[in-house]
Design a protein around this ligand. Sequence first.
Ligand SMILES: C[S@@+](CC[C@H](N)C(=O)[O-])C[C@H]1O[C@@H](n2cnc3c(N)ncnc32)[C@H](O)[C@@H]1O
Length: 197
Amino acid sequence: MARRDQPDRYAKQARREGYAARSVYKLEELQHRFTLIRPGMRVLDVGAAPGSWSQLTTKIVGNRGRLVAVDLADLPELDGVPNVETICGDISDSGVVERIVGLGPYDAVISDAAPRTSGNRGLDTARSAAIVEQVLWLCEQALARRGNLVAKLFQGGEEQRLLQEVRRRFSVGRLIKPKASRDESFEVFLVATDYEG
Ligand SMILES: C[S@@+](CC[C@H](N)C(=O)[O-])C[C@H]1O[C@@H](n2cnc3c(N)ncnc32)[C@H](O)[C@@H]1O
């Protein structure tokens, strides 16, 4: 098994192709399978830093589309990119929510947001589930009808409940582990299409 501190084939490919992180290939696979993002769409990227999902998204939406990228960290990779708005802050902060909603509505919400891991799996999965709850709440505020969602979630007990929550709001909801997700990682992705509100 490749060591986590050694660049694996996805990390090398990301460097070669000019992406800020190897995680881009998780979104690329989901995009390939489910066509979550289309040219001209308005997309919200939650937990966007260092910016690889945003880089891929701007390529797909093109110059008729729009991206709003939010993270606790700055997003210098996205400075000056046309049709991109960045927000530095916490998605559970009411001022940040207000800005996100004000820049909406969105045709897709993509979230790779994850808590800083503590080593305590119970705590980490609960924090990850809380982020997903907040992302679902943002969908209620700002996702357009027929919109799509992808949201990272740490496995550990909440995934079936959250999958049901997603299925109540979208026509189709699934839990997927993309190939680029490391075998030892306990992340999965909630992928949902056709928001019904
Ligand atoms: C795995 S990284 C995202 C990688 C990114 N998708 C990419 O392709 O470059 C997870 C990010 O989630 C962000 N994050 C975690 N909790 C957050 C919150 N409450 N509000 C905003 N961002 C958050 C972290 O700061 C971190 O940058």
